[in-house]
Design a protein around this ligand. Structure first.
Ligand code: SF4
Length: 344
C-alpha cells in the first residue's frame, strides 16, 4: 500500500545509513516502539525486534487486505490516510497489500470488481469494513449491484481476520438513528470474532495497533464484551481527563464565554466521558495534537455501542446515569436555566 508516502529525509551529515530503518531514523523508530509496545503487552526491545522481523518478512509477501465501505461518510478512510504522519505508522501499514478499497484504489468498474473477486477467491486476507449495513431494505446500500449485506457475508467467509472500523461498522453509528435499520458487522457475521474499533472515525493508532498485534502474534487481541480491544478501550475517558479535578471540586462549565470556566468540567455541556471507554485523553488525535475535551467540547461517547441515538443531543445536560452521577457530585450546584434533564 502506497500513497506516495512522504518519509523523513535523513541529514547525511548527522545520520549514518546503518541508523535508518527504511528511511525512518532509529531514534524515531524506537520512540514509536516505546509508545506502542506497552499498549500491546510487549517490552520495547521485544516489540522493536518483532516489527523489524515483520518488515523483513513482508517485503515480498504482504498480507492482503479487502476494505469494504457501506453506509458511511468515508471518514475512517480519511483517518486511515492520516497514517501518512507519523511515518512509522505508515511504515507498518505499508506491510499490508490493500487489494480492494473503493475510495483509494486506482481501478474502477469491472477491473475493481475483478480485483475483489480474485482476492476473495484466494482467501486469507484481513477484511476491514467501514460503514453500517442496512437491514430494513437491501436497496438502502447496494455495491456493484449487490446488497452490501451479501458482500460483507461473502467477504467474511474467506477472511483470516475481520476488523470493523468506526462507529457505523461496529454498532450502526449515526445511520442507526435513521430509517435504514443500520447495524454493525457483528449483527450480520455471527460465526467469527469481529474486532470492533469503534470511535467516529477510527483512530489510526487503533488500526495500526490491532494490525500489529495480529501480524506479530497471529491472534485477535483481547476484546471487551463489545468486541473492542481492551488495549485501546479498557479505561473510561473520565478517568484520564485533565478536567477531572474540576469535576471532583464540583466546578462545571456552563458558559463558554466565561474565561475563568474554560478548563472546568464539561458534564453540564453534555460530556459523556463518564460513560465512555476509550484512550482518547492519553492517545489524543491528529498525531497526538488534541482531542474533543481539550478543544472545549464534551466527549460525544462515539466509542460506545449507544452512539449516536442515545448519546444525543450532544451538548445538552447529562442524561441517565450521568445525570445521577452529576447530582451526586454537584448537588450543591443549582440547575442551569433553560437546560432540562435529557431523558434517554
Ligand atoms: Fe472530563 Fe467529561 Fe469527566 Fe468532566 S465529565 S471530568 S469533562 S470526562
Amino acid at each position: 500500500m502506497r500513497f506516495g508516502l512522504k518519509r523523513v529525509k535523513p541529514n547525511k551529515k548527522e545520520i549514518r545509513v546503518s541508523e535508518l530503518i527504511q528511511g525512518i531514523t532509529r531514534r524515531e523508530f524506537m520512540k514509536y516502539c516505546a509508545a506502542t509496545a506497552a499498549v500491546l503487552g510487549f517490552s520495547k526491545l521485544e516489540f522493536a525486534t518483532k516489527v523489524t522481523e515483520l518488515l523483513a518478512a513482508t517485503t515480498s509477501n504482504k498480507p492482503p487486505v479487502i476494505w469494504l465501505e457501506g453506509q458511511d461518510c468515508a471518514g475512517c478512510t480519511v483517518s486511515f490516510a492520516g497514517a501518512l504522519n507519523p511515518p512509522v505508522a505508515s511504515l507498518i501499514l505499508d506491510t499490508l497489500s490493500v487489494r480492494y478499497h473503493e475510495t483509494i484504489m486506482a481501478a474502477a468498474g469491472h477491473q475493481a470488481e475483478a480485483a475483489y473477486h480474485t482476492a476473495v477467491k484466494e482467501g486469507g486476507y484481513v477484511l476491514i469494513v467501514e460503514g453500517s449495513i442496512p437491514t430494513a431494505d437491501d436497496r438502502f446500500c447496494m455495491v456493484g449491484g449487490l446488497p452490501f449485506k451479501e458482500l460483507v457475508l461473502e467477504a467474511a467467509a474467506n477472511a483470516a481476520a475481520i476488523i470493523a472500523v468506526g462507529a457505523c461498522a461496529t454498532y450502526g453509528g449515526i445511520p442507526a438513528a435513521g430509517p435504514t435499520g443500520a447495524v454493525g458487522v457483528s449483527k450480520i457475521v455471527t460465526d467469527k470474532p469481529i474486532i470492533n474499533l469503534s470511535t467516529c472515525p477510527v483512530h489510526v493508532d487503533h488500526l495500526v495497533g490491532t494490525v500489529l498485534y495480529y501480524l506479530t502474534t497471529g491472534k485477535v487481541p483481547p476484546l471487551d464484551k463489545y468486541g473492542r480491544p481492551t488495549m485501546h478501550f479498557g479505561e473510561l475517558v473520565h478517568d484520564n481527563c485533565r478536567r477531572r479535578s474540576y469535576f471532583e471540586e464540583g466546578k462545571a462549565l456552563n458558559d463558554w464565554n466565561e474565561p475563568k470556566q474554560k478548563n472546568w468540567c464539561l458534564i453540564d455541556r453534555g460530556c459523556k466521558g463518564p460513560d465512555t471507554y476509550a484512550d482518547c485523553p492519553v492517545r489524543r488525535w491528529n498525531g497526538g495534537l488534541n482531542f474533543c475535551i481539550d478543544c472545549g467540547a464534551g466527549c460525544m461517547g462515539c466509542a460506545e455501542p449507544t452512539f449516536y441515538s442515545q448519546m444525543s443531543p450532544l451538548y445538552a445536560e447529562a442524561s441517565g446515569r450521568l445525570y445521577e452521577l452529576k447530582q451526586k457530585m454537584f448537588g450543591k450546584i443549582a440547575p442551569l436555566k433553560n437546560n432540562k434533564k435529557n431523558e434517554v
